[in-house]
Write a protein that binds this ligand. Structure first.
Ligand code: ADP
Ligand code: MG
Length: 471
């Protein structure tokens, strides 16, 4: 890159030098031409005033040449027929060709003054001719000098031009090199600094660069790299969670399958000695398959919530009838666990998916019944606070120890694994609850005291503001 910047810089500079040189020489050449022309015209006019047209013309043009002081200057007197009367460079003008058709002579005859640049065959060089009609209008006085424009001065100019080109090139090479370095060095430093990304906790340091854009590049690159690293970390973390989930799920499925297989083998080998035992084995098999069905349903629910199958159908859900329906369906369970189920509900409604809300209430109330004590109580209240619906599920059950309060929302986490298994738990219920609450931008809070009871408070906004979720 440094080389490329350097090369382009020099190329542009050379082009600029050539262009300015050409413009300069054209302008100078024009000025020179105008100046020489007007000087010559002045000399011709002076000569016209001094000439005695009745005297010896040859002697007069010779002395004009002498006065001019330049060997190469030539004076010619021509009459109106084009005949050369006298020429400072030719001894016998009668031998000379008629000059009537010479461009400058023709022009002088027509308009009084004539110019021409022509190569003189006699002198073998380019000549500038200026011709003027005499004041008595009888003759044309012509003056000629060698003229090759700027070329005439080229030789004397060449050293100066060469020196200025060399000096300019040298200075610009140094400047180009410095400029190229000032651009590439920061980029190199930024790239080197970025290598720190490989470290666990990189500490980036950038100096203040001369060009603001470099500071922006440094800042943006750093932020981008950190963001990439962060998302890689998140992906790794999610992969680990997923792996853990699959291994837990497989393990959870393997346990009931093993016991089902065990009971089937017992039955196959006629180990069930009587009808009662056979029925017992079959009911255990049924219970295990129910557990597996629950587990698979919960896994599917979690997976649907996780893959953000967000286009769930939303409608206005009336909370009271829904809670009542869930409580009614759980009455047999409450009876089985000798728990009294009561509810207190204010008529409220919210935009939601009825299936998700049913799963939310059902999980919380089922837990409150199953992790309870005989003659225990479960109370469900639905109230509102501002624009939120507040659902409280309170029980007088076994409670949750302080150090498990956060963890109960993790997948497959159970405080008492044996008890959970016995009551047909999957360890996924509260994780599902947390997902659903999160889906509606709500919150969940847990207060609990071991052997006294637990209280889950769920807050849900009545209106969903996220347009993606409204269908
Ligand atoms: N109301 C409650 N009272 C006491 N413990 C509870 C209650 N709700 C949940 N838990 C504890 O939290 C664990 C996780 O609950 P959950 O995710 O619903 O799984 P499970 O399938 O075991 O019910 C349960 O195993 C239980 O130990
Ligand atoms: Mg549960």
């Amino acid at each position: 890159m440094k080389k490329a910047i350097f090369q382009r810089f020099i190329l542009i500079l050379s082009l600029a030098l050539i262009l300015s040189g050409s413009i300069f020489s054209v302008v100078i050449s024009n000025i020179l031409f105008d100046k020489t022309e007007s000087d010559m015209l002045y000399s011709v006019r002076i000569a016209d005033h001094g000439l005695n047209y009745n005297g010896d013309m040859k002697a007069q043009v010779d002395s004009l040449k002498k006065i001019e002081g330049n060997e190469a200057t030539r004076f010619t007197i021509i009459d109106l027929s084009g005949k050369v009367i006298a020429d400072s460079d030719v001894a016998d003008s009668s031998t000379m060709q008629n000059h009537k058709n010479r461009e400058e002579v023709k022009e002088a005859m027509n308009v009084g003054i004539g110019y021409a640049i022509r190569r003189s065959e006699t002198l073998k060089e380019s000549m500038l001719y200026v011709a003027s009609l005499s004041t008595n209008k009888q003759y044309i006085i012509r003056m000629a000098v060698p003229f090759s424009g700027v070329g005439e001065y080229a030789w004397s100019l060449i050293p100066a031009i060469l020196i200025s080109i060399v000096v300019t090139l040298a200075i610009s090479m140094i400047l180009a090199n410095r400029f190229a370095r000032s651009v590439t060095k920061p980029l190199k430093e930024i790239a080197e600094e970025m290598l720190k990304l490989k470290e666990e906790n990189p500490d980036f340091h950038f100096r203040d660069y001369q060009y603001e854009e470099m500071n922006v590049i440094a800042e943006t690159t750093m932020q981008m790299s950190i963001a990439v690293k962060e998302s890689m970390r998140r992906i790794d973390f999610e992969r680990m969670i997923r792996q853990e989930f699959f291994s837990n799920a497989s393990h959870e499925l393997k346990t009931p399958l093993t016991s089902v297989r065990g009971y089937v083998e017992l039955l196959e080998n006629d180990m069930a000695t009587d009808e009662r035992m056979k029925k017992d084995f079959l009911s255990r098999i049924k219970k295990e398959t129910d557990n597996m069905t629950n587990l698979i349903n919960d896994i599917l629910m979690i997976s649907r919530l996780e893959t953000k199958e967000a286009q769930v159908l939303l409608s206005e859900v009336r909370i009271c009838p829904l809670v009542k329906e869930v409580c009614n369906s759980l009455q047999p369970l409450a009876k089985e666990y000798q728990v009294t189920l009561s509810m207190n509900c204010r008529p409220l409604s919210m935009t939601a998916n009825i299936g998700q809300l049913r799963a939310l209430f059902s999980n919380l109330i089922t837990n409150a019944i199953k992790y309870n004590k005989p003659d225990g109580k479960v109370n469900v209240t639905v109230t509102s606070e501002g624009k939120e619906i507040v659902v409280v599920v309170e029980d007088t059950g076994v409670g949750i120890p302080e150090d498990s309060k956060q963890r109960v929302f993790e997948r497959f986490y159970r405080v008492d694994k044996g008890r959970s298994k016995k009551v047909g738990g999957t360890g996924l219920g509260l994780s599902i609850v947390k997902h659903i609450v999160g889906f509606y931008n709500g919150s969940i809070e847990l207060e609990s005291k071991v052997m006294e009871g637990s209280k889950f408070t769920v807050r849900l906004p009545m209106k969903q503001t996220d347009p993606e979720k409204i269908s």
